[in-house]
Design a protein around this ligand. Structure first.
Ligand code: CBY
Length: 428
């Protein structure tokens, strides 16, 4: 007698439905990996010279399982040298990212972390942040994005932190989650990852049930705030979406819905095709989520299994020759403190905000002189007219174009003819 044919088919259908219904992670299917190639190319082809500021890239290469031994070695070497020579100056977030990158996915750099006592040094930096808040009106030395990275690394690598401090300082009402009344999705996302790690560590920390509930509630409230900043599948903006996705994977049901997942992926793919992720750090911050990973997986034993195979073109992209002579464009530029100083400058088509600032400075050194500092996201404007941004009183130079705050820094934002550009002395 022939076995009934319908049963196995029904069974197959049933089992093929289950994973998608239970799945809370929203990741790219292998058939769509080619859409991620620009991200990987950006990371593999960049010139790395920034030491610990490139830690995010090493972290992602290891977490996602992109095998490139020479790059991995180069980055790991540069990060270790930077830590050795500048350990005292490193901020809490920089050291945290260094530890996450060096310690990711069981590799020989773990010995360096142990030998240099990096985790206990991070504990000191975390403590210094808290002390600064106590003496400076609740303002940390850096910011809550870095404090969250520090807590995350301390939690994952068995460092010490006080649960009482976590409960007190990480409450979702804390002002440090906000810049100028705007919830910082990047910050909230990393805080959720850190809080989730702390909560999962409950046995080791002998945590009371009421404390665990509080931490769960913090994470849920922050996840809710992230979702309120959602638009067309993005959270905050395109640059915060990767980390927001990681946070939603571990703290909400949002991606149980296949529709939500598809919406995010569609918008992200579109932005990849528009070259939004041309900075290695931008690529590094979005890729883990797209591969279904979170920073909590860094210490999983399965972390480095299943390295992914991508089709990477080995050619460097050839320089695009302009077909016509480069055109000049003209833009307005102003510096606003209490009063506004205006000027009009001419720059080459395709220039970035920084080129405009340089052109204005050449015209009038007194009004338009400025300084920048290199960061992993490119140059950050630290002073204009000699007036310096200061973390302790939450001041900074804000960038605007046509009255709207920019979502990119001075080194990346390309200006257009007729733009009205502004740097404004502001408080966050
Ligand atoms: N990293 C950090 O400490 C930075 C944390 C971060 C939340 C970061 C965004 C998020 C991330 N994913 O890395 C952050 N920015 C912070 C904390 C800040 C504040 C820095 C001061 C401090 N206390 O540490 C501050 C002043 C509020 C700030 N960012 C200002 C700006 C503007 C910089 C202008 C200038 N003076 O040069 C600017 C350009 C916004 C504006 N319109 O003025 C800005 N930030 C932007 C656009 C960004 C995004 C960069 C995106 C890009 N493609 O260039 C950002 C990713 C980031 C870097 N800031 Co802040 C946020 C986003 O748009 N999603 C840890 C360390 C170890 O590396």
């Amino acid at each position: 007698m022939r076995p009934p044919r319908r049963l196995p088919l029904m069974g197959l259908l049933f089992f093929s439905l289950i994973p998608s219904q239970l799945c809370q992670i929203c990741k790219v299917n292998a058939t769509d990996f080619r859409r991620l190639e620009p991200l990987i190319n950006t990371m593999l082809k960049a010139n790395y010279t920034k030491g610990i500021q490139d830690a995010n890239v090493l972290l992602t290469l290891r977490l996602v399982g992109i095998k490139n031994q020479s790059l991995e070695q180069q980055l790991s070497q540069q990060i270790k040298e930077d830590i050795n020579s500048r350990e005292m100056e490193l901020t809490s977030g920089q050291l945290a990212l260094g530890i996450l990158a060096l310690g990711a996915c069981e590799n020989p750099d773990e010995e360096f972390i142990r030998g240099a006592h990096l985790v206990s040094k991070l504990g000191d930096k975390f403590q210094a942040e808290i002390q600064n808040m106590e003496t400076h009106d609740g303002n940390p030395l850096t910011n809550y994005y870095q404090l969250s990275l520090a807590l995350l690394a301390l939690c994952l690598f068995n460092g010490s932190y006080s649960i009482t401090d976590v409960i007190y300082y990480f409450t979702p009402e804390n002002k440090n989650y906000y810049f100028e009344d705007q919830f910082s999705v990047d910050t909230g996302a990393v805080a959720i990852l850190a809080l989730t790690c702390v909560q999962r560590n409950k046995t080791q920390k002998k945590m009371e049930a009421s404390t665990e509930d509080k931490i769960k509630n913090y994470a849920a409230t922050l996840a809710h705030k992230i979702q309120s900043e959602g638009k067309q599948g993005l959270f905050g903006n395109i640059f915060s979406t990767g980390e927001a996705m990681q946070a939603l994977f571990v703290s909400s049901d949002y991606y149980k819905s296949e529709t939500n997942c598809q919406e995010t992926l569609r918008t992200v793919f579109y932005n990849i095709s528009q070259k939004a992720f041309s900075l290695p750090i931008a690529a590094a911050q979005i890729l883990p989520a797209l591969m279904g990973k979170t920073y909590l997986d860094v210490t999983n034993s399965s972390c480095s299994h299943n390295p992914v195979k991508f089709n990477i073109s080995t050619e460097k992209p050839g320089a695009v020759m302009p077909t016509t002579a480069p055109l000049n464009i003209s833009v307005k530029y102003s510096v606003r403190i209490n009063e506004t100083s205006h000027t009009k400058v001419t720059v080459r088509k395709g220039s970035v905000f920084l080129d405009v600032m340089k052109a204005a400075q050449e015209k009038n050194e007194t009004l338009f002189r400025f300084t920048v500092e290199e960061t992993s996201w490119g140059p950050y404007v630290t002073s204009v007219q000699g007036i310096k941004a200061n973390t302790c009183d939450r001041t900074y130079w804000k960038l605007l174009s046509n009255g709207q705050p920019l979502s990119q820094g001075v080194g990346s934002h390309v200006v257009q003819n007729g733009d009205n550009l502004e740097v404004r002395w502001s408080k966050y």
